[in-house]
Design a protein around this ligand. Sequence first.
Ligand SMILES: NC(=O)C1=CN([C@@H]2O[C@H](COP(=O)(O)OP(=O)(O)OC[C@H]3O[C@@H](n4cnc5c(N)ncnc54)[C@H](O)[C@@H]3O)[C@@H](O)[C@H]2O)C=CC1
Ligand SMILES: CC(=O)C(=O)O
Length: 437
Amino acid sequence: MSIPNVHRLIPKFLRVNGLTANSNELSHNYGTYKIYSINEHGPFSEKIGDFEDENYLYMNEKNLVRHKSLNNESQSYAKRYYSTKEGSKPNKLLHIYGRRCYATKPENVKGKLMHEIQKPIETFDDKVTVVGIGAVGMACAFSILSQGISNNLVLIDMFENKLEGEMMDLQHGSLFLKDPKITASTDYAVSAGSRVCVVTAGVRQKDNESRTDLLQRNADLMKNIIPHLVEYSPNAVLLIVSNPCDVLSYVAWKISGFPMTRIIGSGTNLDTSRFRYMIANRLNIAPASVHAWIIGEHGDTSVAVWSALNVAGVRLRDINPKIGTREDPDRWEDIHKEVVLSAYNVIKKKGYTNWAIGLSVTSMVHSILKNMNSVHAVSTLIKGLHGVKEEVYLSLPCTLGQRGVLGVIQQVLTPTEREALQKSARIMAELIKGVHI
Ligand SMILES: NC(=O)C1=CN([C@@H]2O[C@H](COP(=O)(O)OP(=O)(O)OC[C@H]3O[C@@H](n4cnc5c(N)ncnc54)[C@H](O)[C@@H]3O)[C@@H](O)[C@H]2O)C=CC1
Ligand SMILES: CC(=O)C(=O)O
């Protein structure tokens, strides 16, 4: 039998065709490989297995060596063959080589239906991993998929059955989506090469608990989760949603060793959305037409930037100079109070919040994946801005793109707003001091 096209495909083979080398690169092209064996008398005439790996295969003196992820089934096939063939004379089997072969098996329905020219490319360009598949994680996953923001979604949690159930449930909706790839595992290896990792794992507030009450419990989880994400997706942007998200973003930044630009807290993007919704309701216009920001802590000390609130460039403070203050007869200030109480109120009624944060996270993931440079109120390292002296994560309006936080918008804050932000920073710094990383 003549050696199939392998010479053309794998030039290195020519150099080792003297059948003496111990270890040879066989192939690294995409496609189906028919694996043949060669012994000292020349190539065997039959193939010993089909491999559908895009990885390197090596043959040393005794074994077909796995490199990258030659799948176990193929490997054990080769080994089984190896030990039974020719009265088990493995030392006679000097090389295995691969022949690239595009055709799918003729007996296969898929093969009959379609003459496969090449393997579909698995794009990892928009790969997003969601860690923690509770109420928040699944709201993020559903929103990301249903808006077509990513077509390659990975779910990670501690519970295999739940993971499989959620994965299957989403997969069964594929007809109505954009044929996404949805994977789930307790093993972080499946998250490899993610562009964005959304961390929603952890305990949530019970009724009357504050976000900061969760700090040490969730910080302990970060110690377990973040190193895996760093290992498998060293270039990813990590989006920390678990609460208290500002302090946990700081913790994740410290643990990860990533530049601060690639560790982002979901921060007050959600509070800002609540704020705009409530103002919009009062004015009877769409939330997207209200330009208003909540900055600082995602939590009890958040700061409403009343001075910048405008609709179509008309500042409401120019119309009502007392807006947002205690002296305001219209009591606009109550809206901010309602924003702060939002999570508590929803939790009291349904036990948790999830839909709004799912949508909020999706908007951020969208801006990152599409490199949009759009502005979101997210938690970032704000030391040095607005007179903040502490090394803390808090929200300010930031531009988001593929490399994470690209810039911080320098709002012109009033002295009251600056002081409120600085107070928030001092409280965060105290919390950071007390957390064991
Ligand atoms: N930043 C924000 O705006 C918001 C943050 N949150 C926070 O999100 C977090 C999650 O909330 P829910 O989804 O409602 O909680 P949940 O209890 O429904 O889900 C938490 C999930 O995390 C998983 N988990 C726990 N430890 C893990 C680990 N080591 N590795 C992987 N998975 C792990 C659990 O198995 C569970 O599936 C809470 O900390 C909550 O306070 C919630 C809403 C808004
Ligand atoms: C729970 C929480 O952080 C929120 O809904 O704002």
